[in-house]
Design a protein around this ligand. Structure first.
Ligand code: PLP
Length: 383
């Protein structure tokens, strides 16, 4: 089997699983207890927090463990508005965000805030002039993802933070799930940042929220006060420690992985270049990350391509895993202005730190074979 759906999730490193088991086995105390076991577990939790903080180059007390990036996004968005609601009632979100961000904004809209959607250009990069036109003295929240999960555009986060200098009331949240370690970002430029372990070879069910200032975000759930009251509930220390391990192991490979992913993307784009009907929606360009390629066969359904590859032992995805079971036009591709046929016929191929050149070569070979056998004629007959 060849797994090329790493934006959906990655395989945990063995060392990460070992850490998870070891901590559960030997350090199962409650980090909030003052007994010996509790204290040891709490030390381990602090060490994990410290490690994450040092890799992200932020202060230790700005790191909060959560259950996933969806939760991190919800806390940052709903919690910052709760803090700022007396200062304004407008909120801005880019049109290509993950549902965990978009749906949080829609909930805020239902609660009475005025929601403005930020446009992207044909490459899927947010339109900074449009942002300038949307910002008002009433704006209290803006969310723009670091790297898009459908086609991989890198967003101009630092330029946005420059624009926001004239709007100090705005809380600037960045969903860093697909961007962490892949694209350098100075977190002092943002107010909050969300990541999820299972996207960098960690386990599912643990995420991090970075908050520049804890004071500026209210907790949205209530309980025993863990994680400085931001996220009550007994902390899953084994998961936190394994997230820190995954982040460290991934960081060690960053530079070699970057080179590898560029080579893989180039191989695919060159391999498909003589086939006019194969459309690349995320070209080789500084605007896009190399680990994600969105490819279309217009007039063919993305699902049919995914299934054909599946039968040959290759796993890719239609758009994002969250929406791939229900068939509707992918919103992020739609707002880029891509044609309906192009969107319907799109698949996403995404590499991990572990993807090999041979896997990519096989993917290219099999894709072209399936294209020639199953899809070329259908496309050319115009059906
Ligand atoms: N944000 C982005 C950009 C994602 O790609 C995903 C998952 O696919 C999430 C948020 C949600 O992450 P989690 O699965 O940790 O809730």
């Amino acid at each position: 089997m060849i797994y090329l759906d790493n934006c959906a999730t990655t395989k945990p490193y063995k060392e990460v699983l070992d850490t998870f088991v070891e901590v559960n086995n030997s350090y199962f105390g409650n980090a909030a207890s003052i007994n010996k076991f509790g204290k040891t577990t709490n030390k381990l939790l602090s060490a994990a927090r410290g490690q994450v903080a040092s890799i992200l180059q932020v202060a230790e007390d700005s790191i909060f463990f959560t259950s996933c990036a969806t939760e991190s996004n919800n806390i940052a968005l709903l919690g910052s508005v709760e803090h700022k609601k007396d200062f304004g009632n407008r909120i801005i979100v880019s049109k290509i965000e993950h549902p965990s961000v978009l749906e949080s904004f829609r909930e805020l809209e239902r609660r009475g805030f005025i929601l403005d959607y930020l446009n992207v250009d044909e490459d899927g990069v947010v339109d900074l002039n449009h942002l300038k036109s949307l910002l008002t003295k009433e704006t209290i929240l803006l969310s723009v993802m670091q790297i898009n999960n459908v086609f991989g555009t890198i967003q101009p986060i630092e330029e946005i933070s420059e624009i926001l200098k004239d709007y100090p009331k705005v809380h600037f949240h960045v969903d860093g799930v697909q961007g962490v370690l892949k694209d350098k970002l100075d977190l002092s430029k943002v107010d909050s940042y969300a990541i999820s372990a299972h996207k960098f070879h960690g386990i599912k069910g643990v995420g991090v929220l970075y908050l520049k200032s804890r004071r500026t975000v209210h907790n949205i759930t209530f309980g025993g006060g863990q994680e400085d009251g931001l996220r009550s509930g007994t902390v899953n220390v084994a998961a936190a420690a394994s997230l820190a391990k995954a982040l460290r192991l991934s960081q060690e490979k960053v530079e070699t992985v970057k080179v590898k992913h560029k080579e893989f993307k180039t191989m695919i784009i060159e391999g498909f270049s003589k086939y006019n009907h194969i459309v690349i929606n995320s070209p080789l360009s500084e605007k896009y990350i190399d680990s994600i390629i969105n490819i279309s066969l217009p007039k063919i359904k993305g699902e049919a391509i995914v299934n054909a590859l599946n039968e040959r032992g290759i796993m890719v995805s239609t758009t994002s895993a969250c929406s791939s079971k229900t068939f509707h036009l992918n919103e992020a591709l739609f707002v880029r202005g891509l044609s309906r046929e192009n969107i319907e016929g799109s698949i996403r191929v995404s590499f991990s730190n572990e993807t090999t050149k041979q896997e990519v070569e096989t993917f290219i070979e099999v894709f072209i074979d399936e294209y020639n056998k199953k899809f070329k004629e259908v496309i050319e007959s115009g059906i």
